[in-house]
Design a protein around this ligand. Structure first.
Ligand code: ADP
Length: 652
């Protein structure tokens, strides 16, 4: 029924084409050539179509060549009657056409044209036949040779079998999957004919089928460890009667068995097969085109004899050769490798692992070297910093020694010269004024106090360092403590005409402190304020408090401290002015002791200073009532506050 429909359609086309000429107007021009191209298969057959495409592409620069294509569709209609009917239809359709050449693709089309070559009633009568895919086993009569040329189909699949056994020596049985076409039959004949070229232990097993499920059933019984597949045919889906999708077909096979798969057909390459010896359809078509043009140019086929098929190549899929552990160095040199990225290496799986390991080791080494370099740099920076700190310390030490000698020598000189003067007077029995003696004694006392202050400070610093300095806290009214010190110091400030103001937001603020230590702190800051404030200056001492803290601020409008030096004044032995240029005495220890004492009280000292404007120190202490010692073990001292002030103010 299907065939009858087909015949009806073809008859209609023939009728229409007999009204007009099948190639359009008859052209007398002898440069116009008409070619009838007959494909053995149907329009969906990929490989033959790629020949068609290659052939037409090589013809595209020759507008004087017309090509008419017919599809024999032998896969669907492989029987004598159909072939006869098809021949009849062609004879009717092209009866009046003036094609001068028949190009046949594959055996069936060739056989059809050859049949009519010497038959006066055939449209093929004495037409030039250029054929492809014809078995090399055909023999032509001398008369036929005058009209027939083309490509012998080498189809040397035995080489492919040899390649399979070389790439995978464990393979002992190769299952060749063929369909019912002459192409496949020819492969079978050749392989059997050349069987003697293979090792005896290699077993060739031909599986002929029309539908893919017949093949899938057979695969279930195969041993994937020593069997391989060689797909030469195309197979149909039993449900749809369409050609099975090659990729799906391969994946179905793989789901059943991890068997190595090779092919002779271009359309399976890249779809999961390892590779094969592939007839490149388009390349083949191009060579065919070249041959046709040569025949037209040289007017005849005598100069264009049969040649062996071209355009076949070994092709493998890079991804698959690794999946099946194949050594790429076993591949023939001219092999085309698909799916290989430019940076992919052509080495075995083991070598690849080794390369990866080397790369990883190299990367780790590089990473190690880089981190070491960074570490080294970091160490260098750290060492440099340490070196600078050490250098600074060394400088401080030197400054300290120079400073100390000066600090010790000056009062000592004054003491000794005052006592020498007094001694001289006594020795000379001179009458000495009372004021004169008192002046010298005062000098001696004042400078003794300077020395005492210095030595006290040095002892305290040493105590801090050795951890022996301790605070003995007890609840005190801090307002009184500060007020007493301030009032005891007023006279010293007045000597420089410095006004001292005292202000507090409460008369009584009780907190736990070591009274003597806090007195020292206030005294030190106050003595600095007097020392670094010019005559007619002003010093303001204020006490404020809130729920948690008490704030004691000591503000002067003296010389101030340069911004860049403010942070350093709490450092031990630091003095803003160098020993050579400074106007005031000092050792640079006082503020360091202040800081340590306040820290021991869990408080802090803040400083705000501006050069030539003045300086403000603010002491912030916790408001706590937790006596840390009993009242009995009170830190009662029999020291007189005035003595303490005298000592502290001695170097003003
Ligand atoms: P010193 O015994 O030298 O006074 P300090 O540690 O008490 O040592 O002070 C360190 C330095 O801080 C002083 O030498 C001085 O340069 C600076 N300084 C301290 N208080 C003031 C202030 N009120 N005004 C200006 N400079 C000050």
């Amino acid at each position: 029924m299907k065939n009858i429909n087909r015949l009806l359609i073809i008859s209609l086309i023939i009728f229409l084409s007999s009204i007009t000429n099948i190639y359009g107007e008859t052209k007398d021009n002898k440069d116009i050539h008409n070619i009838l191209l007959i494909n053995s298969y149907d329009i969906d057959n990929k490989w033959e179509n790629s020949i068609n495409d290659g052939f037409k592409e090589s013809m595209k620069n020759n507008p004087n060549i017309n090509i008419k294509t017919e599809y024999l569709d032998i896969r669907n209609n492989n029987n004598e009657k159909y072939l006869r009917d098809f021949e009849k239809l062609l004879n009717t359709k092209y009866r009046d056409s003036n094609f001068d050449m028949v190009v046949t693709i594959d055996d069936e089309a060739f056989n059809l044209a050859r049949k009519g070559l010497l038959n006066k009633n055939s449209i093929f009568y004495k037409k030039i036949i250029v054929t492809t895919g014809v078995s090399e086993l055909i023999s032509l009569t001398s008369e036929e040779k005058e009209y027939i040329t083309g490509f012998m189909d080498g189809r040397s699949k035995i080489e492919l079998i040899k390649l399979i056994t070389r790439l995978q020596p464990q393979v002992k049985t190769i299952n060749v999957l063929i369909d019912d076409t002459n192409y496949c039959k020819d492969i079978k004949d050749k392989l059997l004919g050349n069987r003697y070229l293979l090792d005896d232990h290699i077993n060739l097993n031909f599986i002929e089928a029309k539908y893919e499920n017949e093949i899938l059933e057979k695969i279930e019984d195969m041993d994937e460890n020593n069997e391989a597949l060689l797909i030469c045919g195309v197979f149909k889906d039993k449900n749809t009667y369409d050609y099975a999708n090659s990729e799906e077909f391969i994946s179905k096979i793989k789901k059943i068995k991890h068997i190595p798969i090779y092919t002779s057909r271009e359309d399976y390459i890249g779809k999961g097969v390892i590779g094969g010896y592939i007839d490149m359809g388009s390349e083949y078509g191009k060579s065919l085109g070249k041959m046709v043009l040569k025949i037209y140019k040289e007017e005849g086929i005598s100069s264009v004899p049969f040649i062996n098929r071209v355009g076949a190549n070994y092709m493998v899929d890079y991804n698959q050769i690794y999946k099946y552990d194949i050594n790429p160095s076993d591949l023939p040199e001219e092999t085309i490798i698909i799916n290989k990225k430019p940076y992919d290496l052509l080495i075995t799986k083991n070598e690849r692992i080794q390369v990866y390991l080397i790369i990883i080791v190299l990367l780790i080494t590089m990473l190690y070297i880089i981190t070491m370099m960074f570490k080294h740099r970091k160490n260098n920076i750290k060492n440099k910093k340490l070196y600078n700190i050490a250098k600074e310390r060394e400088q401080l030490k030197t400054d300290f020694i120079v400073n100390m000698s000066h600090e010790l020598r000056t009062p000592l000189n004054i003491i000794s010269s005052a006592s020498t003067l007094l001694e001289m007077k006594v020795n000379k029995n001179e009458k000495v004024e009372k004021e004169y003696i008192l002046d010298k004694v005062e000098r001696i006392n004042k400078n003794s106090n300077r020395l005492r202050r210095l030595i006290n400070n040095l002892i305290d610093i040493t105590k801090f360092d050795s951890g022996f300095y301790e605070c003995r806290c007890k609840n005190e009214n801090i307002v009184y403590v500060v007020e007493d010190i301030v009032f005891a110091s007023v006279d010293y400030a007045n000597e420089k005409d410095i006004e001292v103001l005292f202000d507090t937001d409460a008369e009584e603020i009780i907190t736990s402190i070591d009274k003597e230590k806090i007195e020292r702190v206030i005294l030190n800051i106050l003595s600095n304020a007097i020392k670094f404030t010019n005559e007619n200056g002003k010093i303001e001492v204020r006490i404020k408090h809130d729920d948690k803290f008490v704030y004691i601020s000591l503000k002067d409008n003296g010389i101030g401290i340069p911004k860049e030096k403010v942070d350093q004044i709490f450092h031990r032995f630091y003095q803003v002015d160098s020993i050579l240029s400074r106007k005031n005495e000092g050792s640079g220890i006082g503020l360091c002791i202040v800081d340590e004492i306040i820290k021991m009280h869990n408080g802090k000292v803040e400083i705000d200073s501006e050069e030539n404007k003045g300086t403000t120190f603010e002491i912030i202490l916790n408001l706590s009532n937790d006596d840390r010692i009993d009242d009995d073990t009170d830190n009662k001292t029999d020291r007189n506050i005035n003595d303490a002030v005298k000592i502290e103010m001695a170097n003003i």
